[in-house]
Design a protein around this ligand. Structure first.
Ligand code: 13P
Ligand code: SF4
Length: 301
């Protein structure tokens, strides 16, 4: 579209000028996702990509914790986030002090921390996970009980899948916690035959009411493999927007819940960030090593 053209052109020029790459999460709007990003994916794919990027600057078109994870894996590179206000209700839902209290209450129980968390919280953890590998990570520990933070619903969904007991923390994703099983039943009545795919940050009753549950990348793989005629992606709005163009034979029913944090990232914000080389992610040295270990342990699985 014409209203985007000047920003897109400027961003492409600035990327060349600074030897920068743009990583975009699947929840970014189509003009960012399709027109200016170099690497796209779920949280796990973006973390893996950040591990071996050949560039001087990485701009994260996503939220703050994703930029921090990229920084942990690339301490010598400049990592930019176009808007420092792009947070996450999960990352803001628990502090390092809270994790220390949990560890005191349950000595010896391993702490599995969802990447949707601050570096300070990761530094208190044994291993990280994403929604794409949570089951594998938890099972790899070979224990009957884990502390799984901060997402209570992800923990309960993984407990249902694995039978491993979860000590949880009451933090939720403000986007996915709003979906209800009633809503899903209503969509099924309105769209007979619709396949329902729910993100594991949704309440367990919602995941139970769905046909499939997985990370945003696993949702894409499901559509590519199953080629459903009609699908309801129970997740952030931009997912369906981004996929609609690629899968013209699938009808996307859209129960739209926006993530205000993801939507802080816009083309003008990306352009400005590359012009001023701001805001740069800085992680206190005292946290870097321990937080990186938790992420690296996950990436080995
Ligand atoms: P994934 O892309 O890893 O499924 O994460 C979803 C999410 O809510 C990220 O903020
Ligand atoms: Fe956080 Fe949910 Fe937004 Fe993802 S969609 S950034 S989990 S608030």
């Amino acid at each position: 579209e014409e209203r985007y053209a000047a920003d897109i052109e400027a961003i492409i020029r600035l990327k060349k000028q600074h030897n920068a790459v743009i990583l975009a999460h699947n929840y970014q709007t189509p003009e960012i996702f399709h027109c200016v990003s170099d690497i796209r994916g779920d949280s796990l794919a973006l973390a893996r990509a950040a591990q071996n990027i050949d560039a001087d600057i990485i701009l994260m078109a996503g939220v703050h914790f994703m930029a921090e994870t990229a920084k942990l894996l690339n301490t010598e590179k400049k990592i930019l986030i176009p808007d420092v206000a792009a947070g996450c209700s999960l990352a803001e839902g628990i502090t390092a002090e809270n994790v220390r209290s949990l560890k005191q209450a349950y000595p010896g129980v391993p702490v599995v921390t969802y990447v949707n968390s601050t570096a300070a919280v990761k530094a208190e953890s044994d291993i990280c996970c994403t929604s794409g590998n949570a089951r594998k990570v938890v099972e790899s520990l070979n224990v009957p009980r884990v502390i799984m933070i901060p997402d209570e619903f992800l923990a309960r969904n993984i407990q249902a899948e694995t039978g491993i007991e979860m000590i949880t923390w009451p933090a939720h994703c403000e986007v996915h916690e709003r979906f209800t099983p009633q809503e899903i039943r209503q969509y099924r009545r309105m769209h007979p035959g619709v396949k329902v795919v729910a993100h594991p940050e949704c309440p367990p009753e919602v995941v139970e009411a769905a046909d499939y549950s997985g990370s945003t990348a696993q949702m894409i793989a499901y559509i590519a493999e199953e080629k459903p005629e009609k699908v309801l992606l129970v997740t952030e709005c931009s997912m369906s927007d981004n996929l609609a163009a690629e899968y013209p034979n699938t009808t996307f029913v859209r129960p739209c819940n926006l993530c205000p944090h993801m939507k802080c990232i816009t083309l003008p914000a990306i352009r400005k960030s590359l012009e001023n080389l701001e805001a740069e992610i800085v992680i206190p040295e005292s946290l870097q090593e321990r937080a990186r270990l938790a992420v690296e342990r996950m990436l080995l699985i």
